[in-house]
Design a protein around this ligand. Structure first.
Ligand SMILES: Nc1ncnc2c1ncn2[C@@H]1O[C@H](COP(=O)(O)OP(=O)(O)OP(=O)(O)O)[C@@H](O)[C@H]1O
Ligand SMILES: Nc1ccn([C@@H]2O[C@H](COP(=O)(O)O)[C@@H](O)[C@H]2O)c(=O)n1
Length: 301
């Protein structure tokens, strides 16, 4: 390649020379015209202070995490021509009341990575509290989930964001009649999106008080969000015992312990409401009674 470059009539070339301690680099820009090669610029390069915001932050707000119904809605509207399924999702979103208001009964969200016991716990809570069990994305979107999972993050995440607003509509209705248990909600949507978008280690995540962790201003707020965490060896044991075929994302989670840590850390950083983290490694009965105590404390039940 260099040979081809040198043969061409005109090209620019940069050379770099480092200082002895490696902290300062001198960059020379050379320009070759015909047979003549001249130095056209000289720059010095040095290590800069860490920027306040990680550059990936710019790729998060309103591109993978949406903070209002309108922002997510607009993305799917733009997709109507190339993804016909968008129209049906938008129709469902149109039917849901914006700014759904919570009823007088408590709304409890259970969050966590795969195999942390969300299904087990939410079913037990539904029985004990005689409540309604809902999830996000809601059942009415299941048929299109795989379709949107195959799309780039901008579109895929807008689909999940709208899913929360559609669930919020069901939560508002049901919480007027009984306690509501929700299997995943906005914490999952935001935590997965942030962790996927941010490369590198845990250190690359936006800092704890970053605006990326704020709750959408127009989304129904639950009374309590419980984050189930499980020790890695217990999680591995449960996955093995379950023996079901792993989804692609689960397989990736398996392979990518770092990604799991990032999702969990993002869950922990989301604010207003922040989640209450519990260790769900003990037995099902112990986890259930710990969560019931939390509900008593936070929701006056
Ligand atoms: N506290 C517990 N102790 C031991 N095993 C548990 C506990 N809770 C759940 N399990 C078992 O772990 C497996 C995963 O639980 P469950 O399906 O409830 O998790 P999940 O978070 O809903 O998973 P996913 O999101 O991947 O569907 C199941 O086989 C379940 O019986
Ligand atoms: N409220 C939610 C729930 C899920 N997601 C996205 O789905 C994927 C994980 O869900 P599984 O049911 O397969 O465990 C993951 O990509 C989440 O981002 C979501 O965005 N919001």
């Amino acid at each position: 390649m260099l040979k081809d470059l040198v043969k061409s009539e005109e090209f620019h070339l940069c050379t770099y020379v480092s200082s002895e301690d490696g902290k300062l680099w001198q960059q020379c820009v050379w320009s070759q015209r015909g047979k003549e090669c001249t130095e056209v610029a000289k720059h010095y390069i040095t290590v800069a202070a860490k920027p306040e915001y990680h550059p990936t932050l710019l790729n998060i707000i309103n591109t993978v995490v949406y903070y209002s119904f309108e922002d997510a809605y607009r993305v799917l509207q733009e997709c109507k021509e190339c993804i016909p399924e968008s129209k049906e999702v938008l129709e469902l979103a149109d039917q849901c009341m914006k700014n759904s208001t919570k009823g007088r009964f408590p709304v409890i969200v259970i969050e966590g990575l795969d195999a942390t016991g969300k299904t087990t716990l939410t079913q037990s809570l539904q029985e004990i509290l005689r409540g309604a069990l809902l999830r996000s994305p809601p059942g009415c979107l299941s048929q299109w989930r795989a379709r949107f999972d195959a799309e780039p993050p901008l579109i895929r995440r807008a689909f999940y964001a709208l899913g929360n607003y559609i669930s919020a509509c069901d939560i508002a209705r049901e919480s007027a009649k009984s306690p509501v248990i929700v299997d995943r909600y906005w914490h999952s949507t935001a935590a997965y999106a942030i962790a996927t978008e941010v490369g590198g280690t845990l250190e690359s995540l936006p800092s704890s008080h970053s605006e990326v962790y704020r709750w959408p201003r127009d989304l129904l707020t639950p009374d309590l969000v419980v984050l189930l965490t499980v020790r890695p060896e217990e999680r591995a044991r449960r996955l093995l015992a379950r023996g079901v075929e792993k989804t692609r994302e689960e397989a990736e989670l398996e392979a990518n312990n770092l990604f799991r840590q990032k999702v969990e850390e993002a869950y922990r950083r989301i604010q207003d409401p922040a989640c209450v983290v519990i260790d769900a490694s003990p037995s099902k009965e112990e986890v259930l009674s710990e969560v019931l105590l939390l509900i008593q404390k936070h929701c006056n039940l």
